[in-house]
Design a protein around this ligand. Structure first.
Ligand SMILES: Cc1cc2nc3c(=O)[nH]c(=O)nc-3n(C[C@H](O)[C@H](O)[C@H](O)COP(=O)(O)O)c2cc1C
Length: 173
């Protein structure tokens, strides 16, 4: 579904007040999507419920950003991230996302939740270049683990600096 041939190159834009919400189970399968999510992604509810969140995956997204995401939420922490998503027809749209675990009464992680809003165009202009560099680095490695490590290394060396995090970059944009 996410093949390059099926991308249109057309960008969709969220309204300034729009908030895109989804919830997932522990495996990242969608359990809830609000109408704004369905509208921007071009799906109806029945098409997304129970599906993996990667149905929105756009090939321009570095693998290592999703690794950061899953490492954070699996450890019980939230993460803010810039994400470009692929709509059902191959259009794309950028979001500024907050992803967080949800907990049951005993404090055990029971699923995940994400809210996104429209990113500032200036931030997208920067992050697009960062992600392109990271994707190019990932493409240089046959092994997925090596690719992710190299891309995170590039992110730190070229854009963030040692001792700082992806979120430091995100909040500096
Ligand atoms: C709450 C939540 C929201 C997510 N939102 C997105 C999203 O909007 N777009 C996306 O590509 N992946 C999203 N993901 C990450 C996907 O689960 C998946 O890791 C990613 O699409 C990469 O897929 P892949 O590992 O199959 O390549 C989300 C995960 C969670 C837990």
């Amino acid at each position: 579904m996410n093949s390059l041939q099926s991308l249109t190159g057309v960008e969709r834009h969220l309204g300034a007040d729009a908030i895109v919400v989804s919830k997932t189970d522990l495996k990242g399968r969608i359990t809830y999507a609000n109408q704004t999510f369905l509208d921007i992604a071009g799906y109806v509810e029945e098409e997304v419920l129970g599906k993996p969140h990667s149905i929105l995956r756009h090939p321009d997204m570095p693998r290592s950003v999703f690794k950061l995401l899953w490492d954070s939420i699996a450890a019980g922490q939230e993460l803010f991230a810039y994400v470009v998503n692929r709509a059902k027809n191959g259009d794309h749209y950028w979001v500024f996302a907050h992803v967080t675990p949800t907990f049951d009464d005993a404090g055990t992680v029971k699923g995940f939740h994400s809210s996104r809003r429209a990113p500032r165009p200036e931030a997208v202009a920067v992050i697009r270049t960062v992600y392109r560099d990271m994707r190019e680095e990932e493409a240089r490695h046959a092994n997925a683990k090596d690719a992710m490590a190299a891309s995170l290394e590039l992110l730190i060396n070229k854009y963030i600096g040692h001792g700082r995090t992806y979120e430091d970059l995100v909040f500096s944009l």
